[in-house]
Design a protein around this ligand. Sequence first.
Ligand code: 13P
Length: 250
Amino acid sequence: MRRPLVMGNWKMHGSRASVRQLLTEIVRGVGASPAEVVVCPAYVHLQQAFALCADSAVGVGAQDCSHMAAGAFTGEISAEMLQDIGCRWVILGHSERRQYHGESDDLVAAKLAAALQAGLLPVVCVGETQEEREAGEAEYVVTRQLRGALAGQAALKQVVIAYEPVWAIGTGLTATPGEAQGMHVFIREQLAEIAGADPAAMRVLYGGSVRAANAAELFGQPDIDGGLVGGASLDADEFRNIVAAAGARQ
Ligand code: 13P
């Protein structure tokens, strides 16, 4: 049985004061949920987040890492640095990194290798844009992204996949539970084909305008193992209710 997982991607939000308040409420609110809970603040708030989550079941992750191990790469943060400060998780290949920072499938693959090498638990994001969806290319794009990131990688059991259709991110639009379930089944088929992974052992999350109001229906689908939550993870009550919906998953 795959344990449900809810991750909050805080993106470029927060201050020391808001991180303290939000995490204090989240730690109190989610308690000992059957779902695994992880928050991913900005790099500069990671240490503060570790301290606030220290005696709780809430894990902490980063939103990205470098593909390089060390060296003259100004502004970059390596997977080993994250591991060294106590970070367990890292989000890779988020569509905002692909869109605004030109991250290619090859770069995501190199970041994945670096993260696995450092012993981090990577969450690899895939998903099609509105134009790709309208052109009937959603499955093609997702396959290309999975193949690009995962081909040749061993140890995939540690890897989480997040299906985040770009058109659903921050828009209030979500894939219907049926649409998302269909893509999750497709992703599992691809995981087996591309990487020889045991797809039943890997967690596949849905992301894109997940809210307390739609979480139960999404997480009620047999192949949706939880969510990668953006905006709603900045509201402690919303996030707590999303975690509760994941915890109630059978
Ligand atoms: P929203 O939940 O704000 O749509 O963002 C989703 C996302 O990008 C999570 O990584």
